[in-house]
Design a protein around this ligand. Structure first.
Ligand SMILES: Cc1cc2nc3c(=O)[nH]c(=O)nc-3n(C[C@H](O)[C@H](O)[C@H](O)COP(=O)(O)O)c2cc1C
Length: 387
Protein backbone atom coordinates (compact mmCIF):
# COMPACT_ATOMS: atom_id res chain seq x y z
CA UNK A 1 0.00 0.00 0.00
CA UNK A 2 2.81 2.32 0.97
CA UNK A 3 4.62 1.66 -2.29
CA UNK A 4 1.45 2.31 -4.26
CA UNK A 5 0.87 5.60 -2.43
CA UNK A 6 4.44 6.65 -2.94
CA UNK A 7 4.25 5.72 -6.62
CA UNK A 8 1.11 7.79 -7.01
CA UNK A 9 2.86 10.73 -5.37
CA UNK A 10 5.83 10.36 -7.69
CA UNK A 11 3.67 9.76 -10.74
CA UNK A 12 1.78 12.94 -9.87
CA UNK A 13 5.04 14.82 -9.85
CA UNK A 14 6.59 13.36 -12.98
CA UNK A 15 3.63 12.21 -15.05
CA UNK A 16 4.27 8.71 -16.34
CA UNK A 17 8.04 9.12 -16.09
CA UNK A 18 9.68 5.73 -16.03
CA UNK A 19 11.84 4.95 -13.02
CA UNK A 20 15.05 5.32 -15.03
CA UNK A 21 14.12 8.93 -15.72
CA UNK A 22 13.18 9.33 -12.09
CA UNK A 23 16.53 8.04 -10.99
CA UNK A 24 18.10 10.69 -13.20
CA UNK A 25 15.93 13.44 -11.72
CA UNK A 26 17.01 12.48 -8.20
CA UNK A 27 20.51 13.35 -9.37
CA UNK A 28 19.60 16.77 -10.77
CA UNK A 29 19.95 18.81 -7.57
CA UNK A 30 23.66 19.40 -7.10
CA UNK A 31 23.60 20.10 -3.39
CA UNK A 32 21.31 20.27 -0.35
CA UNK A 33 20.31 23.87 -1.12
CA UNK A 34 19.07 22.82 -4.55
CA UNK A 35 17.05 20.03 -2.92
CA UNK A 36 15.52 22.69 -0.66
CA UNK A 37 14.62 24.88 -3.63
CA UNK A 38 13.04 21.92 -5.43
CA UNK A 39 11.15 20.82 -2.29
CA UNK A 40 9.65 24.29 -2.01
CA UNK A 41 8.16 23.93 -5.49
CA UNK A 42 6.75 20.46 -4.69
CA UNK A 43 5.14 21.16 -1.33
CA UNK A 44 1.98 22.99 -0.38
CA UNK A 45 3.07 26.38 1.10
CA UNK A 46 1.74 25.28 4.52
CA UNK A 47 3.90 22.16 4.49
CA UNK A 48 6.91 24.17 3.32
CA UNK A 49 6.49 26.66 6.17
CA UNK A 50 6.14 23.81 8.67
CA UNK A 51 9.36 22.25 7.36
CA UNK A 52 11.45 25.36 7.02
CA UNK A 53 10.25 27.67 9.76
CA UNK A 54 11.61 28.47 13.20
CA UNK A 55 10.07 30.15 16.22
CA UNK A 56 9.31 33.85 16.82
CA UNK A 57 11.95 36.08 15.13
CA UNK A 58 13.73 33.06 13.62
CA UNK A 59 16.94 34.60 14.97
CA UNK A 60 18.38 31.21 15.93
CA UNK A 61 17.35 29.84 12.55
CA UNK A 62 19.56 32.47 10.96
CA UNK A 63 22.35 31.87 13.50
CA UNK A 64 22.38 28.12 12.86
CA UNK A 65 23.63 28.85 9.35
CA UNK A 66 25.55 32.08 9.96
CA UNK A 67 27.76 30.46 12.61
CA UNK A 68 29.56 28.35 10.01
CA UNK A 69 30.93 31.43 8.22
CA UNK A 70 32.99 32.32 11.30
CA UNK A 71 34.71 28.96 11.40
CA UNK A 72 37.55 28.69 8.96
CA UNK A 73 39.21 25.48 7.87
CA UNK A 74 43.01 25.15 8.16
CA UNK A 75 43.88 22.54 5.50
CA UNK A 76 47.23 20.69 5.53
CA UNK A 77 49.00 19.73 2.33
CA UNK A 78 51.06 16.77 1.17
CA UNK A 79 49.16 14.18 3.19
CA UNK A 80 48.25 11.02 1.29
CA UNK A 81 44.47 11.20 1.18
CA UNK A 82 44.05 8.90 -1.80
CA UNK A 83 41.78 6.95 0.56
CA UNK A 84 39.46 8.59 3.08
CA UNK A 85 37.82 6.56 5.84
CA UNK A 86 34.61 8.05 7.30
CA UNK A 87 33.88 5.16 9.65
CA UNK A 88 33.63 5.54 13.39
CA UNK A 89 32.14 3.91 16.44
CA UNK A 90 29.36 5.40 18.51
CA UNK A 91 28.19 3.92 21.81
CA UNK A 92 29.68 0.56 20.88
CA UNK A 93 28.08 0.41 17.42
CA UNK A 94 29.97 0.93 14.16
CA UNK A 95 28.89 3.87 11.99
CA UNK A 96 29.92 3.91 8.32
CA UNK A 97 29.93 7.71 8.36
CA UNK A 98 29.25 10.31 11.04
CA UNK A 99 25.91 11.60 9.73
CA UNK A 100 22.77 10.69 11.68
CA UNK A 101 19.14 11.25 10.70
CA UNK A 102 17.41 13.34 13.34
CA UNK A 103 13.87 12.70 14.55
CA UNK A 104 11.23 14.77 12.76
CA UNK A 105 7.51 14.71 13.45
CA UNK A 106 4.94 15.49 10.79
CA UNK A 107 6.68 13.70 7.92
CA UNK A 108 3.33 12.82 6.35
CA UNK A 109 2.96 16.49 5.42
CA UNK A 110 5.90 16.01 3.09
CA UNK A 111 5.41 12.48 1.71
CA UNK A 112 2.92 9.64 2.32
CA UNK A 113 4.10 7.37 5.15
CA UNK A 114 7.16 9.54 5.46
CA UNK A 115 8.58 7.84 8.54
CA UNK A 116 8.82 4.56 6.67
CA UNK A 117 10.42 6.20 3.64
CA UNK A 118 13.14 7.59 5.88
CA UNK A 119 13.49 4.38 7.80
CA UNK A 120 14.01 2.43 4.58
CA UNK A 121 16.43 4.99 3.20
CA UNK A 122 18.44 4.85 6.43
CA UNK A 123 18.57 1.06 6.16
CA UNK A 124 19.76 1.22 2.55
CA UNK A 125 22.27 4.01 3.15
CA UNK A 126 23.43 2.41 6.41
CA UNK A 127 22.77 5.59 8.37
CA UNK A 128 21.67 5.73 11.98
CA UNK A 129 18.09 7.02 12.21
CA UNK A 130 16.46 8.47 15.30
CA UNK A 131 12.87 7.51 14.72
CA UNK A 132 9.70 8.86 16.25
CA UNK A 133 7.06 7.06 14.23
CA UNK A 134 4.24 4.93 15.51
CA UNK A 135 6.06 2.23 17.42
CA UNK A 136 4.34 -0.86 16.04
CA UNK A 137 4.24 0.30 12.44
CA UNK A 138 7.82 1.47 12.29
CA UNK A 139 9.31 -1.40 14.19
CA UNK A 140 7.51 -3.98 12.08
CA UNK A 141 8.01 -2.46 8.65
CA UNK A 142 11.05 -0.24 8.85
CA UNK A 143 14.59 -0.68 9.93
CA UNK A 144 14.14 1.54 12.94
CA UNK A 145 14.37 -1.25 15.48
CA UNK A 146 18.10 -1.24 15.01
CA UNK A 147 18.30 2.47 15.63
CA UNK A 148 17.46 4.99 18.32
CA UNK A 149 13.98 5.77 19.49
CA UNK A 150 13.00 9.33 20.32
CA UNK A 151 11.02 10.10 23.48
CA UNK A 152 9.66 13.45 24.57
CA UNK A 153 7.13 14.11 27.28
CA UNK A 154 4.97 11.48 25.54
CA UNK A 155 1.70 12.39 27.27
CA UNK A 156 3.17 11.96 30.75
CA UNK A 157 4.97 8.74 29.82
CA UNK A 158 8.28 9.74 31.32
CA UNK A 159 6.87 11.05 34.57
CA UNK A 160 5.13 7.72 35.25
CA UNK A 161 7.76 5.16 36.28
CA UNK A 162 5.64 2.07 35.58
CA UNK A 163 4.69 3.24 32.08
CA UNK A 164 8.27 4.23 31.37
CA UNK A 165 9.47 0.75 32.36
CA UNK A 166 6.90 -0.98 30.16
CA UNK A 167 7.76 1.23 27.21
CA UNK A 168 11.53 0.86 27.45
CA UNK A 169 11.19 -2.90 27.90
CA UNK A 170 9.30 -3.04 24.61
CA UNK A 171 12.04 -1.04 22.90
CA UNK A 172 14.69 -3.38 24.31
CA UNK A 173 12.77 -6.45 23.16
CA UNK A 174 12.41 -4.99 19.66
CA UNK A 175 16.18 -4.58 19.31
CA UNK A 176 16.29 -0.79 19.57
CA UNK A 177 19.87 0.48 20.13
CA UNK A 178 19.30 3.66 22.11
CA UNK A 179 16.74 6.08 23.50
CA UNK A 180 16.95 9.70 22.44
CA UNK A 181 15.31 11.89 25.09
CA UNK A 182 14.42 15.27 23.58
CA UNK A 183 14.46 17.77 26.42
CA UNK A 184 13.83 21.08 24.67
CA UNK A 185 10.20 20.59 23.72
CA UNK A 186 8.42 20.68 27.05
CA UNK A 187 6.32 23.63 25.84
CA UNK A 188 4.76 24.50 22.53
CA UNK A 189 6.76 27.39 21.11
CA UNK A 190 5.34 30.15 18.96
CA UNK A 191 6.13 29.14 15.42
CA UNK A 192 4.54 32.12 13.88
CA UNK A 193 4.41 30.76 10.34
CA UNK A 194 2.18 27.94 11.65
CA UNK A 195 0.04 30.35 13.63
CA UNK A 196 -0.38 32.68 10.67
CA UNK A 197 -1.14 29.74 8.37
CA UNK A 198 -3.68 28.33 10.85
CA UNK A 199 -2.01 24.95 10.55
CA UNK A 200 -3.98 22.26 12.35
CA UNK A 201 -1.60 20.33 14.63
CA UNK A 202 -3.10 16.94 13.76
CA UNK A 203 -2.31 17.54 10.06
CA UNK A 204 1.35 17.10 10.93
CA UNK A 205 0.58 13.44 11.59
CA UNK A 206 -2.21 12.77 9.11
CA UNK A 207 -0.87 14.86 6.22
CA UNK A 208 -2.44 18.02 4.84
CA UNK A 209 -6.07 17.83 3.70
CA UNK A 210 -6.88 18.72 0.09
CA UNK A 211 -7.53 22.38 -0.67
CA UNK A 212 -11.02 23.16 -1.98
CA UNK A 213 -11.76 24.41 -5.50
CA UNK A 214 -10.93 27.95 -4.37
CA UNK A 215 -7.59 26.73 -3.00
CA UNK A 216 -8.62 27.06 0.67
CA UNK A 217 -7.66 24.74 3.50
CA UNK A 218 -10.28 23.68 6.06
CA UNK A 219 -10.26 25.82 9.19
CA UNK A 220 -8.05 24.54 12.03
CA UNK A 221 -10.04 23.07 14.93
CA UNK A 222 -7.05 22.81 17.26
CA UNK A 223 -4.84 25.76 16.39
CA UNK A 224 -1.08 25.57 16.76
CA UNK A 225 -0.94 27.93 19.65
CA UNK A 226 -3.17 28.22 22.69
CA UNK A 227 -3.96 31.65 24.09
CA UNK A 228 -2.70 30.90 27.59
CA UNK A 229 0.31 29.38 29.34
CA UNK A 230 1.03 26.56 30.18
CA UNK A 231 0.21 24.88 26.93
CA UNK A 232 0.98 21.37 28.22
CA UNK A 233 -0.40 19.99 31.45
CA UNK A 234 2.21 19.07 34.09
CA UNK A 235 4.06 17.43 35.64
CA UNK A 236 7.00 17.84 33.31
CA UNK A 237 10.23 15.84 33.26
CA UNK A 238 13.21 17.01 35.34
CA UNK A 239 16.82 15.85 35.77
CA UNK A 240 15.51 13.18 38.17
CA UNK A 241 13.31 11.91 35.32
CA UNK A 242 16.45 11.46 33.24
CA UNK A 243 18.05 9.55 36.09
CA UNK A 244 14.96 7.31 36.42
CA UNK A 245 14.90 6.71 32.68
CA UNK A 246 18.58 5.74 32.66
CA UNK A 247 18.04 3.32 35.55
CA UNK A 248 14.93 1.80 33.92
CA UNK A 249 16.78 0.61 30.83
CA UNK A 250 19.92 -1.15 29.71
CA UNK A 251 19.83 0.96 26.54
CA UNK A 252 21.99 4.08 26.30
CA UNK A 253 20.01 7.29 26.81
CA UNK A 254 21.03 10.15 24.53
CA UNK A 255 19.84 13.61 25.62
CA UNK A 256 18.91 15.89 22.72
CA UNK A 257 18.49 19.64 23.05
CA UNK A 258 21.43 20.83 25.16
CA UNK A 259 22.90 24.31 24.56
CA UNK A 260 25.05 25.05 27.64
CA UNK A 261 28.10 23.76 29.50
CA UNK A 262 26.06 23.45 32.71
CA UNK A 263 23.48 21.16 31.14
CA UNK A 264 26.14 19.16 29.31
CA UNK A 265 27.79 18.41 32.63
CA UNK A 266 24.42 17.53 34.22
CA UNK A 267 23.68 15.08 31.40
CA UNK A 268 26.82 13.13 32.34
CA UNK A 269 26.07 13.26 36.06
CA UNK A 270 22.47 12.09 35.64
CA UNK A 271 23.43 9.09 33.54
CA UNK A 272 23.16 10.06 29.85
CA UNK A 273 25.46 8.14 27.52
CA UNK A 274 25.61 10.87 24.86
CA UNK A 275 24.35 14.40 24.34
CA UNK A 276 23.11 16.23 21.25
CA UNK A 277 23.85 19.96 21.13
CA UNK A 278 20.66 21.17 19.49
CA UNK A 279 18.19 24.04 19.47
CA UNK A 280 15.53 21.84 17.84
CA UNK A 281 16.27 23.31 14.44
CA UNK A 282 15.54 26.76 15.95
CA UNK A 283 11.91 25.71 16.42
CA UNK A 284 11.75 26.03 20.21
CA UNK A 285 13.29 28.87 22.25
CA UNK A 286 14.47 31.65 19.96
CA UNK A 287 17.58 33.84 20.52
CA UNK A 288 19.68 30.97 21.84
CA UNK A 289 22.34 31.42 19.14
CA UNK A 290 23.55 28.86 16.64
CA UNK A 291 24.40 25.34 17.74
CA UNK A 292 27.87 25.46 16.18
CA UNK A 293 28.60 28.37 18.57
CA UNK A 294 27.32 26.37 21.57
CA UNK A 295 29.20 23.20 20.68
CA UNK A 296 32.65 24.16 22.09
CA UNK A 297 31.36 24.97 25.59
CA UNK A 298 29.45 21.69 25.81
CA UNK A 299 32.43 19.72 24.50
CA UNK A 300 34.65 21.39 27.11
CA UNK A 301 32.23 20.68 29.98
CA UNK A 302 31.65 17.06 28.97
CA UNK A 303 35.42 16.67 28.67
CA UNK A 304 35.42 13.36 26.80
CA UNK A 305 33.23 11.50 29.34
CA UNK A 306 30.49 10.82 26.77
CA UNK A 307 30.18 11.53 23.03
CA UNK A 308 28.83 14.93 22.03
CA UNK A 309 26.72 15.14 18.86
CA UNK A 310 25.40 18.29 17.23
CA UNK A 311 22.66 19.38 14.82
CA UNK A 312 21.23 22.60 13.40
CA UNK A 313 21.92 24.08 9.99
CA UNK A 314 24.36 21.47 8.67
CA UNK A 315 23.99 21.62 4.88
CA UNK A 316 27.49 20.95 3.54
CA UNK A 317 30.31 18.47 4.00
CA UNK A 318 32.42 21.43 5.16
CA UNK A 319 29.83 22.20 7.88
CA UNK A 320 30.11 18.62 9.10
CA UNK A 321 33.90 18.79 9.03
CA UNK A 322 33.79 21.97 11.14
CA UNK A 323 31.46 20.28 13.67
CA UNK A 324 33.80 17.29 13.94
CA UNK A 325 36.82 19.62 14.34
CA UNK A 326 35.06 21.39 17.21
CA UNK A 327 34.67 18.09 19.04
CA UNK A 328 31.45 16.48 17.82
CA UNK A 329 31.57 12.69 17.42
CA UNK A 330 28.90 12.88 14.71
CA UNK A 331 26.50 15.37 13.16
CA UNK A 332 22.71 14.98 12.90
CA UNK A 333 20.55 16.45 10.14
CA UNK A 334 16.80 16.91 9.73
CA UNK A 335 15.74 19.43 7.08
CA UNK A 336 18.26 18.22 4.47
CA UNK A 337 16.79 14.72 4.37
CA UNK A 338 13.25 16.10 4.62
CA UNK A 339 13.94 18.17 1.48
CA UNK A 340 15.10 14.98 -0.22
CA UNK A 341 12.04 13.07 0.93
CA UNK A 342 9.66 15.85 -0.12
CA UNK A 343 11.13 15.68 -3.64
CA UNK A 344 11.58 11.94 -4.20
CA UNK A 345 10.63 9.93 -1.09
CA UNK A 346 13.14 7.29 -0.03
CA UNK A 347 15.37 7.91 -3.08
CA UNK A 348 15.67 11.59 -2.20
CA UNK A 349 16.73 10.82 1.38
CA UNK A 350 19.36 8.42 0.08
CA UNK A 351 20.64 10.98 -2.43
CA UNK A 352 20.96 13.73 0.19
CA UNK A 353 22.96 11.37 2.39
CA UNK A 354 25.15 10.49 -0.57
CA UNK A 355 25.79 14.15 -1.40
CA UNK A 356 26.77 14.98 2.19
CA UNK A 357 28.91 11.86 2.52
CA UNK A 358 30.81 12.61 -0.69
CA UNK A 359 31.23 16.30 0.21
CA UNK A 360 32.59 15.31 3.62
CA UNK A 361 35.02 12.78 2.16
CA UNK A 362 36.21 15.21 -0.51
CA UNK A 363 36.74 18.02 1.97
CA UNK A 364 38.57 15.74 4.39
CA UNK A 365 40.85 14.81 1.51
CA UNK A 366 41.38 18.45 0.55
CA UNK A 367 42.12 19.30 4.19
CA UNK A 368 44.67 16.50 4.55
CA UNK A 369 42.73 14.34 7.04
CA UNK A 370 42.38 10.73 5.87
CA UNK A 371 40.14 9.56 8.72
CA UNK A 372 38.05 10.90 11.60
CA UNK A 373 40.81 10.30 14.17
CA UNK A 374 42.97 12.80 12.31
CA UNK A 375 40.40 15.58 12.79
CA UNK A 376 40.98 17.84 15.78
CA UNK A 377 40.52 21.42 16.91
CA UNK A 378 43.62 22.56 15.01
CA UNK A 379 41.74 21.95 11.75
CA UNK A 380 39.75 25.17 12.31
CA UNK A 381 40.19 28.69 13.55
CA UNK A 382 37.46 31.07 14.58
CA UNK A 383 37.43 34.23 12.48
CA UNK A 384 39.48 36.88 14.26
CA UNK A 385 41.10 34.33 16.62
CA UNK A 386 44.86 34.85 17.16
CA UNK A 387 47.05 31.78 16.73
C1 LIG B 1 9.68 19.33 10.39
C2 LIG B 1 10.52 19.08 11.61
C3 LIG B 1 10.00 18.30 12.63
C4 LIG B 1 10.78 18.05 13.76
N1 LIG B 1 10.29 17.24 14.74
C5 LIG B 1 11.08 16.91 15.79
C6 LIG B 1 10.65 15.98 16.75
O1 LIG B 1 9.55 15.44 16.68
N2 LIG B 1 11.49 15.71 17.79
C7 LIG B 1 12.72 16.27 17.90
O2 LIG B 1 13.46 15.98 18.84
N3 LIG B 1 13.15 17.16 16.99
C8 LIG B 1 12.37 17.47 15.95
N4 LIG B 1 12.83 18.35 15.01
C9 LIG B 1 14.16 18.94 15.18
C10 LIG B 1 15.21 18.05 14.53
O3 LIG B 1 15.29 16.79 15.14
C11 LIG B 1 16.59 18.69 14.61
O4 LIG B 1 16.95 18.94 15.94
C12 LIG B 1 16.78 19.97 13.80
O5 LIG B 1 15.78 20.15 12.83
C13 LIG B 1 18.16 19.96 13.14
O6 LIG B 1 18.37 21.10 12.38
P1 LIG B 1 18.27 21.07 10.77
O7 LIG B 1 16.85 20.84 10.43
O8 LIG B 1 18.75 22.43 10.40
O9 LIG B 1 19.17 19.97 10.29
C14 LIG B 1 12.07 18.62 13.88
C15 LIG B 1 12.56 19.41 12.84
C16 LIG B 1 11.81 19.63 11.71
C17 LIG B 1 12.39 20.48 10.60
Amino acid sequence: MNRRLAFRHLAGMFGAAPFAALAQQVKDPVNVFEFAALAKTKLDPLAWDYLEGGSEDEASLHDNRAGFRNIILRPRMLVDTSKVDLSTNLLGSPLEYPIILDPAGGKNCFFPKGELEVSRAAGKAKALHITNGGIEETLQQGTAAKDWWQLTTGGGLLTNKARTKTFVTRLEEQGCKGICFTVDIMHVSHREREIRNKLERSWCESGLPKRDAQGRMPVAQTPWVKDSYPSKPGPLPTWETLQDLCSATSLPVIVKGIMTAEDGDRCVRYGAKAVVVSNHGARQQDHVGGTIEALPEVVKAVNGRIPVLVDGGFRRGTDILKGLALGASAVCIARPYLYGMACFGQAGVERVLEILRVELALNMALAGVPNLRAIDRSLVRIRGEQR
